[in-house]
Every structure is written in structure tokens, then in C-alpha cells.
Design a protein around this ligand. Sequence first.
Ligand code: CA
Length: 228
Amino acid sequence: MSPSILVVEDEAALLTLLRYNLEKQGFTVDEATDGQEALLRIAENKPDLVLLDWMLPSLSGIEVCRQIRRRPATRDLPVIMVTARTEDADAVRALDTGADDYIAKPFAVDALLARIRALLRRAATVPDKGTLAFGDLSMDQDAHRVTRAGRALHLGPTEYRLLEHFLAHPRRVFSREQLLDAVWGRDIHVELRTVDVHIRRLRKAINGEGEADLIRTVRSAGYALDVD
Ligand code: CA
């Protein structure tokens, strides 16, 4: 399977050039032209690597990168930041927010391809994230598969990230605000009741008939992965 790359770039000419060159090298290319769209594309269809322009409309590349790192499901997603600046301070800032590498515009396509290949090689040697489990619920993070009592469950991406967060901290109670920060990212404006909607969906997805409800609602506190 050819690695997929999400190119986030608001300059149409550069986007076309990058897509052409990456596809020529056998990569599958997806694109987004602003920061919000980038986060949506990543949530819908996680790429193998993100090529992220710094200067973007709606949400800067730096902010997109922070949010990618904050979410459990994309914490390890390889990111190369494309900066229009050459100052070292900017490069440091890009790396500080969690980018794995950066390249300054204007760049030679060959140099970029070399960095992409190097980063994909590094990502491929990262040890497996493994399996999270609670009771008869199990999440294989590498295969992105969730089962309960051996039965495959089908979760949407948000429900998946919610469950991943709960599984990483079983029995701990999280407020809606904490769940928003952990799963959606601190800077996205989402109403608190959105959390309730996704908790409802998560319950529906993981609790089969006659099975114990694994999500505990703690009045005026929040939610926990727990059984009574
Ligand atoms: Ca730009």
C-alpha cells in the first residue's frame, strides 16, 4: 500500500506542484487548503504523514500541529512543517509545537521528498502502540480495531478517540471540558453538549444487549470508563 500524504497548503500553484510530484513518487495524496479543513481531513481519514504549511487561513500550521499532537489518535502522526521563514527561531518554534521536521520555502522538491522518505522510515520503526483493554473491552491501536467480548465494534473517529482517552485512564472521571481538550483540542470551539452527544454514541456502540454499561455518568462531574 502506498503511503498517504495530506498536503495542507493554501497556494493553489504550490499544491498542484506538490501533488504532481508526490503522486509521481507513488504516494497517495489528499489535500486541504486551510487549517480547519486539515483537522477535519485528518479526523476522517488519517494519513501516514502531513505536510503542513505554516501560514494558513483560519488556523495556522502551528496551531494545527499542536492539535494533532494533543489528540491521542494522532499523537504519533508524522508532521513536516513548511515555513516561509528562514530564521532559526521559527524552526525551533515549529519543532517545539511537535512537528517532526521542517523545510523552508522556497525548497527543492527533491529535498522535500528526501525528508518525507526519511520521516516515513522513522515512523515505521516506532514500536507498536499496542493494545488497551478494560474488562472485556479491547482496543488494538495499530489496527484501529475495537472489540468487546470478541465482538468487533464500529466506532466513529470521535468515539474512537474518546474511548482511547478513557482506556488510557480507566476509572478516572473526566469533566466535559477535560474531554473536549483531550479529544477535540483546546482551541476548537465546541459546545459542551457535543460531548454528551458523542458519549451517547459511544455507549450505543460499545454496550451490547444485556451487557454492563462501561461508561459511568458522574453527576455534575463528568464521565468515566468504569463499571458499577
Ligand atoms: Ca501559505
